[in-house]
Design a protein around this ligand. Sequence first.
Ligand SMILES: *[C@@H]1O[C@H](CO)[C@@H](O)[C@H](O)[C@H]1NC(C)=O
Ligand SMILES: *[C@@H]1O[C@H](CO)[C@@H](O)[C@H](O)[C@H]1NC(C)=O
Length: 551
Amino acid sequence: MRVRTTLSLLVLFSGVGSSCPQATVDPPHPDATDHLIFNSVLALLERWPNTLYRNGHTIVPATIPPGTLLYHGSPYPALPTNREWLAFDFEHAYLFTFATDAPGAAYVTTYATSRALRVAYFDGSSAAKLDDGPMDTQDILLWGEGRPDMYRKDIERLAELCKWAREYGVDGFVRMEYHFEFMLCDFTDGLDVVSTRRLLPRDPYPLPPNGRGRPRTDTSSDAAQHAFTASSAAAREETPQEPRPIPRPEGWKGSLPSASMTYFEAIVAAARHNRAPGETRVRPDYAGLITFYDRAFESLVEVRRGVPRLRHRVANISSADASRAHAEIAQVFRRAPGGGSGVNWGSVARGVVDTYAERLDLLRFLVDPTRSMYRNVTERAGVVRAQLLTMLTAYISLEDVPSLDRDTDAGDRVWAAPIVARCAESQTAHFLLDTMTPQERRIRDAVQGTQTEICRRLGTMWLDAFDIQVWTDEDKISKALGRWRREVGELMAWLGWPEWVRCEPACGVGSMCYVATWPFWLGDDPTDLSPRCISRSDPFGMNEGSLAVVD
Ligand SMILES: *[C@@H]1O[C@H](CO)[C@@H](O)[C@H](O)[C@H]1NC(C)=O
Ligand SMILES: *[C@@H]1O[C@H](CO)[C@@H](O)[C@H](O)[C@H]1NC(C)=O
């Protein structure tokens, strides 16, 4: 027998119409995580949201399909034979071709996957060498506890991860810093070499400088063979601005690619994966999505209370909950891929965001009294009402009006309840639970919880808006507009969609919208993630001592 998902609401409202029982939807519990799980599902493999919310809470099995091009940069011609890092874009790999002990040599090898590679993806900025949370999910997977001593020891970490991978038939790991990276455990299995080219050496200078308003490079990373090898070696030089000759190709005239532009082009390549559909060369298997926002991990509930999402720490998990997580991780990664319902949960979440992100933004604009494009509150209220009606039209039946004898002051809210109920279950009621993995049911619940809260807030506003055009008391209308402002503001804050974090006004052609990512802090405060327009011609503010930021 197939079990259909039904909201308890629907049972309550089964007698739609005058016999409707007195029930409305409750606001989400203060500890609710539906919106957080929803956000994670929505944003997998998108750079922008995973930069804003860098302490990832998700581990998900994923596939890199056959025929996917990957890049490896090195100052040495020898190819890796064991475990190493790969880049998804050439620009990212090219960055790693410089070393002080091999100046003038730059090799980039292009590989193609020869079969589907099975990987584990850690969301958030899981490759950022920061000790305040981005690596927590890896720590829990490996050691069952946070390991602040390990956050810079990426070589050791990769060795440990690959030990784990062998046990589960996993080929490697996908993480993100300012770009996505792929850590492959065995270069001899699953890759074909497409080409190895000795390319133009990149100039080691001018290096992006450290300091305020400037990107910073990690000068003390002990991840010797990885990522910032080249940059850290160069950054240790006392006078990075001092041009030093590097061997140039014979007959070459003019500049070589400069260090700062090479860095910046890697950032630019990364930014191409900012928003949906994100880094599409990795396909997440939603049916195996493990999230530490599951409230079953009770030890994390209290430590999150009142703490902004940027500072949520998976490392606060109790050992009992970590054991539970381990059991779930083992269960998921032992399962054959491709199980579950086949529902594309990313697309389901995206559908909700596509439907409401822009409209809520518009609603916020319309109720904002500082945007005075209306002659009076009556006119403004009418426009807001029209927008609310647009957002609810799909759910309003002919019966959904207050009864004529209603006593408005008695707070009769029940007449709008069926509208809210239909809206709340619109995205999820059709799903068949019995085909879903436990992980999918959790996502289903998160989508439903998120959609429900959107509908509850819209319904609350509609209670006022329904007959506001016949109100004559301007003061009363103003108060309703104030309530709507609060409703929209609280809803958008709760949802926390990355769509609403952007450069305003939008950056011009000569610049790029950017938020700080490790190791490029464009400012002194690592928690300052306000988006800024960065000059494309002088991204690091190295010309004439100007700042990189062009506001
Ligand atoms: C959470 O973990 C962090 C890092 O381990 C620690 O600094 C903090 O005190 C913990 N918070 C609680 C409430 O245990
Ligand atoms: C508000 O503006 C509308 C025009 O948009 C006008 O018809 C109406 O009379 C005005 N109401 C008041 C109270 O001034």
